[in-house]
Design a protein around this ligand. Structure first.
Ligand code: SF4
Length: 348
């Protein structure tokens, strides 16, 4: 459990992000956590690089609507502070701490006593020098060996409430690392393509990598890393889970790519319908089709749809044509009907 979110086993895959505010700026951090929560984030991580950040943790952990993970790199005292503050989990690599002071045992005890899980997060960029020398670079084998070695430092003290990540910026290396890790251990896994890039590239990289792994049943929590506001990460993460059928679908727009047969401007139509239905909280499938070749078939399969042609749109609801409207009325009619169907779904 990370707070009240079950992780691993048969639990649903959950979506995480990380705040970009200074953690010591409590109001801004809580504000961003509230925005993330509203966009569907289930677990949030905050960076704790300084004493001021550690001091902010009790209020943040108490006031956050979702479980808070404290992300700590080198300072054992912040790990103890995070556990005392009631953080739902701590991300820390015991290998880093051992270099400074042998406090791994005390951390294992404090985390065990309070039921605080620990995420061991190995990244290509921060791979142990010993393993870099052995493998030459951050190969899947190097990442996995590093992660399992980190785990063993806790296991020596009987602590196994662990989640692992082995992130890499190359989706192929990352996929192979997680596959190998899944063969070698039973711990829950947190998926991430690290430094995935700006929105477009990061979305593609993460979708490809998470899609491959989640389809094989590998992965328990996910974080899409984008050089973009964190709420964007949540939108993408949730959409990945919906696309794989790992989460109930919300609004789904089935729209055709258009072609020489199209008799309406499909792009504009699809965009306007998507914008008009943004935030729809029920699983509604809306088909926007450009002509009568595939249009009626797809529109019939959806909860609601339009098959366009000859300056008109045939509006379908649950497979039946309910009306034909002029092209200028297609968007408003679809939105009206969508609202009506959504209301019925909520009442049912
Ligand atoms: Fe082309 Fe019609 Fe198919 Fe759209 S539905 S891609 S317009 S054939």
């Amino acid at each position: 459990m990370v707070g009240n979110v079950a992780v691993g086993g048969d639990a649903p895959v959950s979506v995480q992000s990380m705040t970009t505010t200074l953690t010591s700026d409590i109001n801004s951090t809580l504000q961003q956590i509230a925005e993330l929560t509203a966009s569907g984030c289930q677990i949030v991580r905050v960076a704790v690089p300084s004493a001021d950040d550690a001091e902010a943790l009790p209020i943040i952990a108490r006031k956050s609507q979702i479980p808070v993970i404290a992300d700590i790199h080198f300072q054992p005292k912040y790990v103890f502070a995070a556990i005392e503050a009631g953080c739902a989990a701590v991300r820390v690599n015991p290998g880093n701490i051992r270099k400074f002071d042998d406090q791994v045992k005390e951390i294992a005890r404090a985390a065990g006593d309070t039921g605080t899980p620990i995420r061991i997060g190995v990244n290509a960029g921060s791979l142990d020098k010993r393993l870099l020398a052995k493998y030459g670079k951050a190969t899947p084998e190097a990442l996995v060996e590093s992660a399992l070695w980190e785990c063993s430092l806790f296991e020596e003290h009987g602590f196994r409430d662990i989640k692992i990540s082995v992130k890499h910026n190359d989706p192929v290396v990352m996929i192979n690392a997680y596959r190998l890790l899944a063969q070698k251990c039973d711990y829950p896994l947190h998926l991430g393509v690290t430094e995935a890039g700006p929105s477009f590239q990061g979305t593609i990289k993460s979708s490809v990598a998470f899609g491959a792994l989640l389809a094989e049943g590998i992965g328990d929590t996910i974080r899409v890393s984008l050089s973009a506001p964190p709420a964007e990460e949540i939108k993408v993460g949730n959409q990945i889970l919906e696309s794989l059928g790992l989460r109930e679908r919300g609004l789904e727009i089935v729209s055709c790519p258009s072609c020489g047969r199209a008799q309406v401007d499909v792009y504009t139509l699809a965009e306007e319908v998507t914008a008009g239905l943004e935030g729809m909280d029920v699983p509604l499938r809306v088909a926007v089709m450009g002509c009568v070749v595939n249009g009626p078939g797809e529109a019939r399969e959806a909860d609601l749809g339009v098959a366009s042609g000859n300056g008109k749109g045939q509006i379908f609801v649950k497979g039946e044509v309910i009306k034909t409207v002029p092209e200028s009325k297609i968007v408003e009619t679809l939105i009206e009907e969508a609202m009506r169907i959504a209301e019925e779904m909520r009442e049912a």
